[in-house]
Design a protein around this ligand. Structure first.
Ligand code: THU
Length: 140
């Protein structure tokens, strides 16, 4: 991915963060998932009064894509921070979201964790989830 592609994916994640539903944590996360077909699926976190049904931004993006028949992905950009924060810190994906990435993504999948369009870190999936359990372990 070139720099412009990375920046525009981060922009989509930043925009999506504004839709977060976070009356309990007030911590807003946005994600933008780039599919191999060129489409971008965005997601925000959606909390629940019962807490455990809360869905992270990354999983919202994956489930939107998969529910529309798209299952091959190139990269995801993730941004997060407290409501009203002037500057964002890095928001690394939680373990559950890493496992969902593992279900649908290969070793080349890129995870971009960003503070802004200009400040970001780029990882591959095996870098953030080594020795991952995935479809290959059950399906061969
Ligand atoms: N959250 C995400 O959306 N993605 C992550 O990877 C980390 C956590 C959300 C869940 C919850 O709504 C809030 O951030 C605080 O944990």
């Amino acid at each position: 991915m070139n720099e412009n592609e990375i920046k525009s994916l981060i922009r989509r994640a930043l925009d999506m963060r504004l839709f977060s539903y976070t009356p309990y944590s007030h911590f807003n996360v946005g994600a933008a998932l780039l599919a191999k077909n060129g489409e971008v699926y965005t997601g925000c976190n959606i909390e629940n009064a019962s807490y455990t049904p809360t869905n992270c931004a990354e999983r919202t993006a994956f489930f939107k894509a998969v529910s529309e028949g798209v299952k091959e992905f190139k990269a995801i950009a993730i941004v997060g921070g407290e409501d009203g924060a002037k500057e964002l810190d890095y928001c690394p994906p939680c373990g559950v979201c890493r496992q969902v990435m593992s279900e649908f993504c290969n070793d080349e999948f890129i995870v971009i964790i960003a503070k802004s369009e200009d400040e970001y870190k780029v990882y591959t999936l095996p870098e953030i989830l080594p020795e991952r359990f995935g479809p290959k372990d059950l399906l061969g």
